[in-house]
Design a protein around this ligand. Structure first.
Ligand code: IMP
Length: 220
């Protein structure tokens, strides 16, 4: 039913794109990256001004769908740390912005963000280091948001980085039941349990239902 469907992935984070594509493709939905459509970066990255990840996902999806004329799926995600009152939350990507070197690479950004997180939690005991990854997905047809889904993964913030897989805060995000950080999981295992994997599977089920109900959908 979903076979042949192509959705533009609204954003330029290659790690997110890989994770979303790995879950979507086996379900018959192909993902086109923004870089494929706009290799020269003519479409500017919008500022993220929302107070929640759902708001940011909706704004990004509407922006990129309007800019490209294609249905666009946006992922806005982040890390919510209880001992920091929910920070970095919607500011996860730019948490340590003041420490980013000029022309910072993604690796520089992840390093600075992780260092700041460890610093802010330095005096905090084990049982108070609880946190969760949150992922919000929104699909826009250029005018309206036509589907949304979200997912959450619970864990605790480790005292030092472990593992080299994944991206962002993965080396510090420890899952007690697995005895590993998400950076120590294979890509397949992370997708099976992650906030993003969960959100994408919910989203795909929703999309399937929508397409079955509306045979004239703009997505066909
Ligand atoms: P945004 O959705 O582009 O605003 O950025 C989300 C930020 O949250 C990323 O840059 C990462 O720092 C963090 N993040 C989101 N999902 C993950 C994940 O699966 N692993 C590690 N960090 C993540």
């Amino acid at each position: 039913m979903l076979s042949g469907l192509k959705i533009l992935l609204a954003g330029r984070n290659p790690s997110k794109a890989r994770e979303i594509a790995a879950t979507m493709t086996p379900l018959g939905i192909s993902v086109v990256s923004l870089d494929e459509i706009d290799p020269d970066g003519k479409i500017l990255t919008p500022e993220e001004t929302g107070d929640t990840c759902a708001e940011n996902a909706r704004a990004k999806a509407n922006y990129y769908a309007a800019a490209t004329g294609q249905p666009a799926l946006a992922d806005d995600s982040g890390l919510v740390v209880d001992a920091l009152g929910g920070a970095p939350g919607v500011r996860s990507a730019r948490f340590a912005q003041e420490n980013f070197p000029p022309h910072a690479s993604r690796a520089d950004i992840d390093k600075a963000n992780n260092a700041k997180l460890l610093g802010e939690l330095s005096g905090i005991d084990e049982e108070k280091r609880t946190a969760r990854f949150v992922c919000c997905l929104a699909l826009s047809d250029g005018q309206n948001i036509i589907a949304e889904a979200s997912g959450v993964l619970e864990g605790v913030i480790a005292r030092k980085p472990r593992g080299h897989n994944g991206f962002g805060y993965d080396p510090l995000f420890f899952i007690p039941e697995m005895g590993r950080t998400t950076a120590e999981l294979s890509a397949e295992k992370k997708n099976e349990i992650s906030h993003r994997g969960l959100a994408v599977r919910k989203f795909a089920a929703m999309l399937k239902e929508m397409l079955e109900k509306d045979k004239n959908s703009c997505l066909k």
